[in-house]
Ligand binder design. Structure first.
Ligand SMILES: Cc1cc2nc3c(=O)[nH]c(=O)nc-3n(C[C@H](O)[C@H](O)[C@H](O)COP(=O)(O)OP(=O)(O)OC[C@H]3O[C@@H](n4cnc5c(N)ncnc54)[C@H](O)[C@@H]3O)c2cc1C
Length: 411
């Protein structure tokens, strides 16, 4: 069997590795001329790391990422709400990683090239159309020189939130849905805070600050590469989603500071200095799409953000793409192509639909929303606002729903 994977992001590259591990040939076709280390920080959860460890990538992840030790939820003014250990520190068999998206992608890409060969990744190949018949799929690509066709038994659309594969079947959807929140993201070398492996989420859904270290460098022992995200609600759901050129556009310090000045303060980090010392930051709209009723059309299916784009809360975007990839590979190893895609969809679609919907309500970050709603000016006694049991239950329910409660991962 030969599988065409459209998109060389985290989902597509993991799929190539998982298929290879099961003896199935694949080719990754990526529209970008070269795979560059784009993006800033992401978090990957223990159930997804379990899969990457099975693919033999744990040492490489340790080389480029940081094992997250704890997550502290705070008010915008820095009052602690809930502190929870994460990954190994929380008793999981596998760590949670805070990692640069581009570095994670590079780890996967190097492994694909080493195991499948250089010819397994075709950059500068933009999918522009495809057809399928009883025996396979014929996909058409634009390259720098001309248009070419490739044939395979199965095609997987791992081509992100603006997926061409999804658009072919669900063109009437239009652009992604936007909740009116813009996110400014950046990373810069700074002094570590708390354990050096801690993560802080402060504020609420209307204005939120996320901070975590994503990399260390032995040549800079006193510093860590600190990832930050500032989210601000600047409109509502009725606003048109920013055009394609405004996805990942460069942001200015002044526009970020407008949403930080007088809003956030933390004992652990001087946020203004952190933002002002960041060489560049990027602005993204917080978008998702309404979950689909189907992902698979005979020999063609969707994976990762193409299948279930979700708000980046609860650290699930990359993690769910990794889980999709491994499930898909298991199914293709066990069944005929059409049957495999049906079984894959049956397993992964309901699981990810729940997460998309839960993330619309804030996901585990409901804990900060809840406290902000009940005590907008802060509190003297947190217990009188929300008990630890209530807050812990909220986070625990999200973890169970998303399949990464400790008992679901350790077996
Ligand atoms: C440039 C970029 C930066 C990002 N930065 C962050 C970040 O900082 N933090 C964060 O949490 N998440 C970030 N994300 C999103 C995150 O990577 C995903 O949510 C998650 O990893 C799931 O990945 P995916 O493989 O499904 O999709 P993606 O990571 O979006 O990968 C899809 C790939 O498909 C390719 N592609 C699209 N259309 C075609 C086509 N027609 N033909 C061939 N190839 C095509 C794209 O170029 C891309 O490489 C970023 C995504 C991208 C593309």
């Amino acid at each position: 069997m030969r599988v065409l994977i459209i998109g060389g992001g985290i989902g597509g590259l993991t799929a190539a590795l998982a298929l290879h591990a099961r003896g199935i040939e694949s080719v990754v076709c990526e529209q970008a001329a070269g795979i560059r280390e784009l993006g800033v920080g992401i978090n990957t959860l223990p159930h997804a790391i379990n899969e990457l460890a099975t693919l033999g990538l744990l040492d490489e992840l340790d080389r480029v990422g940081i094992r997250t030790a704890e997550l502290i939820y705070k008010t915008a003014k820095g009052q602690p709400i809930l502190r929870q250990p994460r990954g190994i520190d929380a008793g999981y068999e596998y760590p949670q990683f805070s990692i640069h998206r581009g570095k994670l992608q590079a780890v996967l890409l190097d492994a694909v090239r080493a195991r499948l060969g250089d010819e397994a990744v075709l950059t500068g190949h933009k999918l522009v159309g495809f057809d399928q018949d009883k025996s396979g799929v014929i996909a058409r690509f634009e390259t720098a020189e001309d248009e070419i066709e490739l044939r395979a038994d199965v095609m997987v659309g791992a081509d992100g939130i603006h997926s061409m594969v999804r658009r072919t079947y669900r063109g009437e959807e239009g652009p992604p849905d936007w909740n009116g929140i813009l996110m400014w993201r950046g990373a810069t070398w700074a002094k570590p805070f708390l354990s050096g492996r801690s993560m802080i989420i402060a504020g609420g859904m209307k204005a939120k600050l996320v901070l975590y270290p994503i990399s260390n460098d032995p040549h800079r022992p006193d510093e860590t590469l600190m990832n930050w995200v500032v989210c601000a609600k600047i409109g509502d759901e009725s606003m048109p989603v920013p055009g394609k050129d405004d996805w990942s556009r460069a942001g200015t310090v002044d526009e970020v500071m407008r949403h930080v000045d007088g809003v956030f303060s933390l004992d652990e980090v001087d946020i203004e200095t952190l933002i002002r010392s960041t060489p560049e930051n990027y602005v993204y709209p917080m978008c998702d799409r309404e979950p689909l009723r189907r992902w698979s059309w005979r020999r063609v299916t969707l994976l990762g953000d193409a299948a279930h784009p979700m708000y980046p809360v609860g650290s699930n975007g990359a993690s769910q793409a990794i889980l999709d990839a491994v499930t898909l590979a298991d199914c293709l190893a066990a069944f005929s192509p059409v049957e495999a895609l049906k079984t894959y969809e049956k397993t992964r679609r309901p699981a990810t639909t729940k997460i998309v919907r839960a993330n619309r309500k804030g996901g585990p970050e409901r804990v900060i929303d809840l406290v902000e709603e009940r005590a907008p000016n802060g509190f003297n006694n947190l217990d009188a606002v929300a008990s630890k049991a209530e807050l812990t239950a909220l986070v625990g329910a999200y973890q169970s729903m998303a399949g990464f409660a400790r008992n679901q991962v350790n077996d």
